[in-house]
Structures are given as C-alpha cells and as structure tokens.
Ligand binder design. Structure first.
Ligand code: PLP
Length: 378
C-alpha cells in the first residue's frame, strides 16, 4: 500500500531555513528590508511588474478589489471554478458577484460567457488561471476594457507561467498570487498583488497598511508634527512580515526548478493515463506556458466519487478542485441557484486532482497512475 501521498506539499531546503533564521537573528521581524527585497525578486518573475506582498492569496484578492475601488452597486464578473475567495472578497466589498461559465475543457473563464455577463455596472472581470493554465488573458482584457472595467487575474496557481510569450503578472491590470504551502512556491501564509499601473499600486500599498498616508505632500494636515500620519480611506493590516518574505525570496530561486519538475510529473501522468477509457487528461492551449499547480483528471461516467474513495483508501491524497463557488450555502442564501453555469457544474462532477508537488518521485507518479488504471481494469 505504501505511505500516504498528499495531493500537494511544500519543498523547503536548508537554504530556505537559513534565510528565515537569518531574519530571526536580525533587527527586523515584520516590516524591514526583506519585504522590499521579496517584492523586487518577485517582479523578476512577472516581467518587471511591481508587487505588493500581503499575508495570503485571499488578502491579495481583497487588496486588488480595494485598489480597483469596487463597492456596493458595482458588479464583478468571475468564474465559479475557483476557490471561494475569488468571489468572497468581492462580496465583502459589497459588490455583486456575477458568475460566468467556464470553457468545458480547461475550466477557465469563457470569453463568450464573460462578454455576455458584463454590464454598465461591471467594474472588474476576474479570471482564474485554473490548475496553472493561464486564462485567455488578451481576449478577457478586451472584454473588461470594452465594458470600462479592469481585468483581475487570480494567478494563485500560475506564478512563473506565461501567456503568448509574456509573463503572468504583466498582462492583467491586477494579478494576485498565493504562497500557501500547496501552491507553486510558499511563504507559509502569503500572497501578492502585482500591477503595472502606478495608481492601482499606490492604492494597494495603502490598503495593505490601514490606508495610512505618510507622505506629507499628500496629507491634509501636513504641519501636525513629525509623528503625523493620516487615513483617507479605510484599510487593513495585510503586511507580510520579513521572516516570511525572506522565505519567499529563497523559494523564488527554486521556482524554475519547481516548474520543471511539475511539468515532468504532469507529462508522466498524461502518458500513463492517455489510453485509459473512462478518464480524460487535462488539455493546454497554444501559446500557454503553464506552471502546473494541479493535475485535474476528468473521471467520466459518473465514477469520480468511486475513484476518489478508491484512491483515498489506497493512501493517495486526491482532492477535488472545486465545488462551483455559488454552490456554497452563503451564495445559495443570496439567491444563486444550481444550474447557473452548466459547464462548471459538469467540470466539477468529473474533476479529480492527482498528487502533484516537486518532491513526488517517478515511482510515486507510477503508483498513482497504476492505481487509477487498476480501478478501470486498464
Ligand atoms: C489558494 C487560492 C486562493 C487563496 O489563497 P490563500 O493564500 O489560501 O488565501 C485564491 N484563489 C485561488 C484560485 C486559490 O487556489
């Protein structure tokens, strides 16, 4: 039977540990030099787009929507095939979440569905790079901009990827990352917002730090005294501490290696499962350079749950990503009904994420693939 295999896990090196210990021995724990260093290091992976480090991917989304200025009366068009935070953080700002359906094969937001969903009240179109495959970013940016809205890319799965030769983070108006341990790199908890627009960057930085205005040139009462700082718009404390930023900078040095190993594992699953009747392997798109965060196998003929139970019983930590966001009772109680996005619901009914993380060995991958094959008698 073998050891239990999780579906995702972090890869921490001795260098990562040294980087964290180095900060612990120094003068700063929270906001010191490691924060700016991590933001600079991250920008080297986003085509130079400036970054704001925050405490989670969820915080990054909350900050990005704040930067976009959404509030009551505004609409945010997004995909239901995502972790609930993509929608929840918009709802917490008081905006109305409008779910648009996904492409049946990739699970990414459909351009046609997004186009049909935008109205004069749409302020943000929020796409998700599901499993690490970038969404149709150029066309979605066109849909958003034609509606007078911004494109937000929830790239929690895709840091280090690119689309049509351009780095994830350099295309959308706002891009968010998560550095949770199962993601493509980790700071334990952490995230970031990146944006090429100075005005959005400034608003994101302020929202991360209580909305505090410290620049005298911007203050209403600049002559109050040397201690003075003032709040013009409400914000929160979403500051990612130095200790965790140091881990992030260290992890970024290994992002290319993580990406390569994830791609190898993805390809090995594809090769081992392509001929199995009863499953479909995940597609890519021309011009996409994904970072495979998930391996979303599609299990046909209503057998997803049986295969899930079979693999869990064999010590293989499969997962399902995701229940359509509007199936959560919080959205149901707001009047969202099942049937809203049929492609997303069909995708969910078949989806099963196989273990995928850099330290998974070829033997581990073969063990998982063999267990899937055995289930189907292949
Ligand atoms: C993980 C994730 C988030 C939230 O990130 P956290 O760091 O866990 O808060 C948001 N969106 C997607 C698509 C995610 O996978």
């Amino acid at each position: 039977m073998g050891d239990f295999l999780p579906y995702g896990r972090q890869s921490i090196s001795e260098e990562d540990i040294e980087a964290v210990v180095g900060v612990l021995r120094g003068d700063w724990l929270t906001t010191g030099p490691a924060v700016g260093q991590f933001e600079t290091d991250l920008a080297a992976h986003t085509g130079g787009t400036p970054a704001v480090a925050v405490t989670s991917g969820t915080a990054a989304l909350h900050v990005a929507y704040a930067a976009a200025g959404i509030g009551p009366g505004d609409e945010v068009v997004t995909s239901p095939m995502t972790f609930v935070a993509t929608a929840a953080t918009a709802a917490l700002h008081g905006a109305k979440v409008v779910f648009a359906d996904v492409e049946p094969d990739t699970g990414n937001l459909s351009v046609a569905a997004a186009k049909a969903a935008v109205t004069g009240r749409t302020k943000v179109v929020a796409a998700v790079d599901y499993a690490g495959l970038p969404a149709e970013l150029d066309e979605l940016a066109g849909v958003a901009h034609d509606a007078g809205a911004l494109l937000l890319e929830d790239a929690a799965h895709s840091v280090g990827g690119s689309w049509q030769g351009r780095a994830v983070g350099s295309i959308a108006d706002l891009t968010t990352f998560s550095f949770f341990p199962t993601k493509n790199l980790t700071t334990a908890e952490g995230g970031a917002v990146v944006t090429p627009r100075d005005d959005l960057l400034d608003r994101a930085r302020k929202f991360r730090n209580h909305g505090l205005v410290r620049d005298r040139a911007e203050q209403r009462y600049p002559d109050e005294g040397g201690w003075h700082q003032e709040v013009h718009e409400f914000g929160l404390n979403y500051r990612l501490p130095d200790v965790l930023c140091a881990l992030g900078s260290s992890q970024l040095k290994r992002l290319a290696e993580f990406k390569k190993r994830r791609a190898e594992i993805h390809a090995r699953y594809n090769a081992a499962l392509a001929d199995v009747d009863g499953v479909a392997t995940p597609p890519s798109r021309p011009g996409a350079d994904p970072v495979w965060h998930l391996y979303p196998l599609r299990v046909l003929d209503g057998r997803r749950r049986a295969l899930f139970d079979h693999l869990r019983g064999a010590g293989i930590g499969v997962q399902v990503n995701y229940i359509p966001a509007y199936w959560h009772p919080v959205f149901e109680d707001l009047g969202y009904r099942r049937g809203l996005c049929p492609n997303a619901e069909a995708y969910y009914a078949q989806e099963l994420s196989l273990p995928l993380f850099p330290s998974l060995t070829d033997a581990d991958v073969d063990r998982v693939a063999d267990a899937v094959r055995a289930f189907f008698g292949a």
